[in-house]
Design a protein around this ligand. Sequence first.
Ligand code: PBG
Ligand code: ZN
Length: 321
Amino acid sequence: MFPNVRMRRLRENAILRRMVEETELEIEDFIYPIFVDENIKNRMEIPSMPGISRLPIDYLADEGKELEDLGLKAVLLFGIPYCKDEGASSAYDDKGVIQKSIRKLKEETNLLIFADLCMCEYTSHGHCGIVSGNKILNDKTLEIYQKIALSYAKSGVDVVAPSGMMDGQVKAIREILDSNGYEYIPIMAYSAKYSSSLYSPFRDAAESAPKFGDRKTYQMNYSNSREAMREIELDIMEGADIIMVKPSLFYLDIIKMAREKFDLPIAAYNVSGEYSMVKSASMAGYIDEKAVVKELLTSIKRAGADIIISYHAKDYARWIK
Ligand code: PBG
Ligand code: ZN
C-alpha cells in the first residue's frame, strides 16, 4: 500500500505505458460493413451516416481494393435489391445483389466476405421473416433463410451471418450448408441482437424499416441479460462458429458476460446509431473524433470482443496507417 505502492510509477514513461497496455486494437479485428445498391449508378451518400455511402455493384472492386490498401481484411455485405416482395425472393436469386457482389469481390480482391443473411431488405413489408396477418412465422421463415444461405454459398461467400433472430436459424442454416457440401462455411450468428433504437440510420440506408409494427417479437428486450446468455448458448448448440452481441456500446456488460461464460470467438456490432452519434458530435466540433473513436473501439475489445464490426473501421485504418 501507499507509499510503497504507487500506481503512477508505470504511467510516467510513454514506452512503459505502452508496454503494460492490456488491450490493443489490431486492424485484423475489424469487419467493415458495405451497402450495395442495385438501383443506383453512382455512389450515394447516406444522410444519417456521414462518411458512409451506398455503392453500385460496379464500384465494389475499387472500394474493395481501397480497403485492402488500408490494411482491412474483411467486409460484411448488405444489399438493397431491385425488387421486393412478400417472400423476399430477390434474397435467394442467384443473380441477386449480394450474390453478384460476392462474386465480384472474390474475383477482384482477397477480402474475406461475410454476408448478412436476413429478409428485411428484400421484403415489401420490411420484416425479417414471412408475415401472416400481423405475425412473423418462425418456421416458414427458416425455409427462406436456408435458400438464402445456399445461394450465398454457391456464390462463394466466406462466412454467413444470420441476423433475423428466428428460433432455430443457426441449425437450419448449418443443415442446408452441410447437406450441400459446404461444411466449411462458418456461421457468425447474431445471437444476442437487441431490439434497439440505434438501428434507424441503418434502416434509412438499407430501406429496411418495417412497414407495420416493430421487431420486438423477435429481437431481444434491452432490459434482459440472462436471456442473452440463453440465446448465445442455443446458437452454440445449433452450431454457431462465432457469436455476436449487437449493439455494442450500451451492451458492454453483455459482451463481458458472454466472454466469461463462453469460449467461442465473440463479435460485437458497433451499429449505425452509435456511429452517427459520434460522427455528428465530431462534425459539430464537440468531441475529438479520432480520440473518441479509438477509445470506444478499445472499450469494445476490452469488454471481451475478438471481432469488431464498425463503420469507423475505414477511418481507423487511415489514422493508424
Ligand atoms: C437486418 C439488420 C439490421 C442491422 C443489421 N442487420 C437492422 C435491423 O435489425 O433492423 C442493423 C445494423 C446497424 O444499425 O448498423 N436484420
Ligand atoms: Zn432483418
